[in-house]
Design a protein around this ligand. Structure first.
Ligand SMILES: *Cc1c(COP(=O)(O)O)cnc(C)c1O
Length: 426
């Protein structure tokens, strides 16, 4: 970065410090990961200069022959990876993908059923502070006391409220979702079904978690969480959905789901696509198609299960008693701690987590009663079950002495030593 160092030392230094932070802190935020240097290279290049509104071979601008190669590869690789009939790789983020997906399936003001944010759902699944909660008439389902999605409640609310759209998928839910059961309920009440796999996308691509594509009208995802690509979003369509009748437009014409999605992404909600990011998506999808990606994702789950087990052994309450995926939610009410206090104490000790609402939380979203932990990033560094055991000890040590600066300092020293054994970006 020698040019940047000269032209803008402030930003150069911020980036250097961020590299140092990523290298020497333990990244346990479940929605984060570390991309390869190849993905970084694909993102930091001249395709950022190119306007390419439209889609490959159907652009509004000239000079698109090389960015077309990138987008075509990204689309084809995404389709192979997820066994999809169609992929739109242009959404700038998961939120943009959801916005385009909603308006491909329903209209402004329609009733939508999503998962309660405090039970693991996402802001874009109907929170009143998000476009989804402002544009649609939302109703919510949640989890049982045991921490599993309450399918009886899902069906009851669906029958009573008759939503036009049901959203399945979550940001803080550790268990596999029964997409087939969701589809049965959606069909019974005449609702469309959207799965948002932003979190488990990598596990699904690796075949370790069941795919929603055969059961959903549309599937949205991010590309930067377990999937380990650049920051971005995507909409996927399975063969059954693409080959069915599609949806009637106000003019009475039947449109395929792919047509609806493509026109809602552009020109519906976005302008020019980020072609450098789309190139990086293609690179990350190719990485995900390699056999060692499955090995990686298996280790992600093993690590999450090892970490959950180690924490439970030390008396922590892991919601639903464990995990099937890459993440877990720890309810700290048993330890008289809030998520806010725990997050800060751990941060001081070099362990990065996020505070998170837990089911039936009595604290506000700014305080919360829990923390969410995930293993995708640490697993990318090469850490395994043995390291998870050590990390559980470090977390326990900090949380048991949450006001002790001496403990935080000591643990931070141990964190740095551990990180040094698993080099990241050199
Ligand atoms: C992360 C996430 C999103 C949003 O992704 P952004 O890229 O941050 O907009 C959407 N849905 C779910 C379930 C998520 O976990």
């Amino acid at each position: 970065m020698s040019h940047l160092e000269k032209s803008d030392p402030d930003i150069y230094n911020a980036i250097k410090n961020e590299i140092e932070r990523q290298n020497f802190k333990l990244e346990l935020i479940a929605s984060e990961n570390f991309v390869s240097v190849a993905v970084l290279e694909a993102m930091g290049q001249v395709m950022t200069n190119k306007y390419a509104e439209g889609y490959p071979a159907k652009r509004y601008y000239g000079g698109c022959e090389f960015v077309d190669v990138a987008e075509e590869l990204a689309r084809e690789r995404a389709k192979t990876l997820f066994k999809a009939e169609h992929a739109n790789v242009q959404p700038h983020s998961g939120s943009q993908a959801n916005m385009a997906a909603y308006f491909s399936l329903i209209h402004f003001g329609d009733k939508v059923m999503g998962m309660d944010l405090s039970h693991g759902g996402h802001l874009t699944h109907g929170s009143p502070v998000n476009f989804s909660g402002r544009f649609f008439d939302m109703v919510f389902y949640g989890v049982t006391k045991a921490g599993y999605i309450d399918m009886t409640q899902v069906e009851d609310i669906a029958r009573r409220e008759k939503p036009k759209l049901i959203i399945t998928g979550a940001s803080a839910y550790a268990r596999e979702i029964d997409f087939a059961a969701f589809r049965q309920i959606a069909d019974k009440v005449g609702a469309k079904l959207l799965a948002d796999i932003a979190h488990p996308a990598g596990l699904i691509a690796a075949g370790l978690v069941k795919s929603p594509l055969p059961f959903c009208h549309l599937v949205t995802t991010t590309t930067h969480k377990t999937l380990r690509g650049p920051r971005g979003g995507m909409v996927l369509i399975g063969a059954d959905s693409e080959n069915d009748m599609g949806i009637k437009t106000p003019k009475g014409r039947l449109k395929k789901y792919s047509e609806l999605v493509d026109s809602n992404v552009f020109p519906g909600f976005q302008g020019g696509p980020l072609m450098h990011v789309i190139a990086a998506k293609a690179v990350s999808f190719n990485e995900a198609l390699q056999p060692d990606f499955i090995v990686y994702q298996k280790q992600v789950i093993r690590n999450a299960q090892a970490l959950a087990d180690s924490l439970m052994k030390r008396g922590y309450h892991v919601v639903s008693g464990g995990t099937d995926t890459h993440l877990m939610l720890v309810d700290l009410r048993t330890h008289d701690l809030t998520g806010k206090v725990a997050e800060q104490a751990l941060e001081n000790a070099g362990i990065t987590v996020n505070k998170n609402m837990v089911p039936f939380d009595d604290q506000s979203p700014f305080v919360t009663s829990g923390i969410r932990l995930g293993t995708p990033a640490l697993t990318t560094r090469g850490m395994k079950e043995g390291e998870m055991e050590i990390i559980a000890t470090l977390i326990d040590n900090v949380l048991r002495n949450s006001s002790s600066e001496t403990t935080q300092k000591k643990v931070y020293g141990q964190v740095k030593e551990l990180c040094a054994r698993f080099p990241l970006y050199e």
